[in-house]
Design a binder for this molecule. Structure first.
Ligand code: C2E
Ligand code: MG
Ligand code: MG
Ligand code: MG
Length: 283
């Protein structure tokens, strides 16, 4: 099988420079093919829950790639390569179109998609996004855009005007991985995010009394002051859930409630949520 492909073979975990170079080249080449043919790339969906841990309020789309040789690849592997090799705009288009298709098909209030900071270099991004939604007949309030806090470091003026245009049209904007970057209060004030997502690294350190608990609490108060919603990312234990609910966090996401799942599995989750007699859900 592998015979004759020797030149193209690579190992993800080899550290040598030559291997890294050929690994990136191979990812770039295969990702181009995947985007051209529309094969192998798909969106996993992770539900976001109300504080009761049962009601699904929305979902986040997380890209996956079934690589023909290497199996399922995580975005941590190929998003950076797509960014570096100029493929991120095309990938972003694929993600948004697929998200529009899915949100129409599923009975959910909204679907969040992750945008790379580099996508905002396109001054026409907002009008392209809105044209895509119009093409699919998707109401802007049903799509949320997540950008990571580190994205704010780039061309802030360009980014904030694009975000303002999107918000004006009714698309909600979430600041992802909050706490891991360097966003100042000034950024928060000028950008008008609808939501902040507190990074998993904070949630995992909640213990009921430590300094992280105070930080998370302060972030929730800050969000309140700016009229932003708050999501806790990476909730993995019942005690984290209890503490976040006690702090007034109304939106929860994490393996405790559900991992990212396929579209079919997501439909099953929705059906289960609808059935009041079902006792198998998370209590
Ligand atoms: P993110 O947007 O912060 O997404 C949350 C990540 O945390 C996801 O990893 C998710 O599977 C994981 N996660 C959720 N709950 C838990 C939990 O309870 N415990 C743990 N340990 N992990 C949890 P994933 O899917 O590997 O995505 C990684 C990152 O890749 C995302 O972080 C996002 O920044 C990026 N990404 C994913 N899809 C896309 C996309 O379509 N476009 C772009 N530009 N970036 C994407
Ligand atoms: Mg995200
Ligand atoms: Mg995040
Ligand atoms: Mg993240």
């Amino acid at each position: 099988e592998a015979k004759g492909k020797g030149k193209d073979r690579f190992c993800f975990f080899q550290e040598g420079l030559n291997e890294v170079v050929s690994y990136k080249r191979a990812i770039e080449r295969d990702l181009k093919i995947a985007l051209e043919t529309g094969t192998g790339l798909w969106l996993a969906l992770q539900p976001l829950f109300a504080e009761n841990g049962k009601t699904i309020v929305g979902a986040e789309a997380l890209i996956r790639w079934n690589h023909p040789e290497h199996g399922l690849l995580s975005p941590a592997i190929f998003i950076p390569v797509a960014e570096e090799r100029g493929l991120i705009a095309e990938l972003g288009t694929f993600v948004l179109r697929e998200a529009c298709r899915i949100v129409k098909e599923l009975d959910i209030a909204w679907l969040a998609v992750n945008f790379s900071a580099l996508q905002f270099r396109d001054r026409a991004l907002a009008s392209k996004v809105l044209a895509c939604l119009a093409e699919f007949g998707v109401t802007p309030s049903r799509i949320q855009i997540e950008i990571t806090e580190t994205a704010l470091i780039g061309d802030f003026e360009a980014m904030s005007s694009t975000l303002a245009e999107l918000r004006e049209a009714g698309i909600r904007i979430a600041l992802d991985d909050f706490g891991t970057g360097y966003s100042s209060l000034g950024y928060l004030h000028r950008c008008h995010f609808d939501k902040i997502k507190i990074d998993r690294s904070f949630i995992s350190q909640l213990n009921g009394s430590g300094s992280t608990d105070a930080v998370v609490k302060a972030v929730m108060e800050l969000a309140n002051a700016f009229s932003m919603k708050v999501t806790a990312e990476g909730v993995e234990t019942p005690s984290q859930w209890r503490e976040l609910a006690a702090m007034g966090c109304r939106e929860l996401q994490g393996f405790l409630f559900s991992k990212p799942v396929t579209q079919d599995e997501f439909k099953a989750l929705l059906r289960k949520g609808d059935n009041p007699d079902d006792k198998s859900g998370v209590e």
